[in-house]
Ligand binder design. Structure first.
Ligand SMILES: Cc1cc2nc3c(=O)[nH]c(=O)nc-3n(C[C@H](O)[C@H](O)[C@H](O)COP(=O)(O)OP(=O)(O)OC[C@H]3O[C@@H](n4cnc5c(N)ncnc54)[C@H](O)[C@@H]3O)c2cc1C
Length: 411
């Protein structure tokens, strides 16, 4: 259970709530956008990004855009506890900066930790103000879980890197102004050592982002092709070959933060109400499935509360982020499965023909991605095995050989 707010926290919460009441409307309106656009036309998706930019700008102007970042980086200089309180309060309002914030919270801390003053000055404030949308250019068709197998090449010519290759599953790729890119700068050394981290202008002729249609019907990610794309040498972060260290830092934050997301409008209690309304709540099979999803949801929330409690008390969290990520991804998918099983033939309806405008049907199609994005469940389980259970590490026969000599499916 969460402890009550301290007087300082209660005062901060009251300030946050007053600001939110003045600048946003509460969730639950007829055209609630906080869960994303309900129609997946290109126009609706563009509007969604404009809404995210506008909210990001409002946050920046209100001094809430990066609560824990230092003021010299455009932040508020606040505490993790304050950031948590802000997120809790904001969740009740019909606002989102989701995809923008996801990228900011990956590349921002990486620039603060590994970038130089010039890079921080050039990019941080603009991203916090919503001027620039960023995307993460890591995964490739043959480098996902085994990210260090990436092949996109960046070759230094005079003062520019010239980039050729392909990325995939790039969230916001087609909407992005800038990307943070992992590229191979040296194939003659072992694979982890020849990777560099580069910042890249996405609005240039050598970059083509082709939107990918998901089975849910949206186009939130792209495949991105580089043909002699260029980025200046001073967009290199952490030196030549220093990219893997930055990537590890980014990935560690990504998996853990996904698992802290809270379900809204898609909770087991909503399903139980639906079962009651349809007269099926007394069915033993229905109760068993609802019981199972309730337990998973509750365990996740209790672990999230434990993590929050540690943050509020300034302690080091003792909950492994991979546990949260696995429960969030797999539990969310199972809940959507249960909802559609309960709905029977109605689960085949979509959009305005369906109950709740097809919210659970969309969850069913969209939530399988939650077990893949931010690292697959299997890969998180591998990590847990090593970190939490002390199991032996996976064999790494390719650890010391030059990348160019490795046997891969493409060679
Ligand atoms: C919604 C979403 C958004 C995404 N956004 C981005 C983004 O913005 N930028 C970006 O760069 N990438 C993004 N990704 C890509 C994501 O990081 C990769 O999909 C993920 O890392 C898995 O890689 P892969 O798809 O190549 O699968 P693979 O690595 O090919 O995995 C295939 C299967 O093999 C299993 N597997 C692989 N290796 C092991 C192992 N060692 N042990 C056990 N099982 C294993 C996996 O668990 C999986 O089931 C996104 C993905 C999704 C779904």
């Amino acid at each position: 259970m969460r402890r009550p707010d301290t007087p300082e926290e209660a005062a901060f919460r009251a300030d946050v709530r007053a600001w939110l009441e003045a600048h946003a409307k509460r969730c639950g309106g007829a055209d609630d956008w906080s869960l994303g656009p309900r129609d997946h036309s290109e126009a609706a998706e563009r509007e969604y990004y404009e809404r995210m930019r506008a909210w990001q700008r409002a946050l920046f102007e209100g001094g809430w855009a990066a609560i824990t970042w230092a003021p010299e980086h455009g932040g508020r200089g606040g505490t993790p506890a304050q950031a948590l309180i802000f997120a809790e309060e904001q969740a009740a309002f019909d606002v989102t900066n989701g995809y923008l914030d996801a990228a900011i919270s990956l590349v921002g801390p990486a620039l603060i930790r590994f970038g130089n003053d010039d890079q921080r000055g050039r990019y941080l404030e603009r991203m916090l103000r919503g001027d620039d949308v960023w995307c993460q250019l890591f995964s490739e068709p043959e480098a996902g879980s085994d990210l260090a197998a990436l092949r996109t090449r960046a070759v230094l010519k005079d003062d520019d890197f010239v980039i050729n290759g392909q990325k995939v599953w790039t969230t916001s790729g087609q909407h992005a102004d800038f990307g943070f890119l992992l590229a191979r700068t040296d194939p003659d050394v072992p694979k982890h050592d020849g990777i560099s981290f580069l910042l890249l202008d996405m609005r240039q002729p050598g970059v083509e982002a082709r939107p990918l249609l998901t089975m849910k019907g949206d186009r939130h990610f792209s495949e991105v092709f580089f043909t002699d794309a260029r980025t200046p040498r001073d967009n290199l972060v952490n030196g030549m070959g220093g990219g893997w260290e930055v990537a590890k830092f980014v990935l560690m934050h990504e998996g853990a933060s996904i698992g802290t997301l809270r379900a809204r409008g898609t909770r087991t209690a909503d399903l139980a109400r639906e079962a009651q309304a349809s007269g099926r709540f007394e069915d033993a099979g229905v109760r068993q499935r609802l019981g199972a999803t309730f337990v998973e949801e509750r365990v996740l929330e209790l672990l999230q509360d434990r993590l929050r409690g540690a943050i509020l008390d300034g302690r080091r969290p003792d909950v492994d982020g991979s546990v949260l990520k696995i429960l969030w991804g797999e539990g969310g998918f199972r809940k959507a499965e249960t909802a559609n099983w309960l709905r029977g033939a109605d689960a085949l309806l979509a959009g305005s023909d369906a109950p709740d405008q097809g919210l659970w049907q969309e969850q069913m199609l969209g939530r399988s991605a939650g077990t893949v994005g931010g690292g697959t469940s299997e890969v998180h389980r591998n990590g847990l095995g090593e970190r939490a259970l002390g199991l032996p590490r996976e064999a790494r026969p390719d650890r010391h050989e030059a990348f160019k000599d490795l046997k891969t499916s493409g060679s």
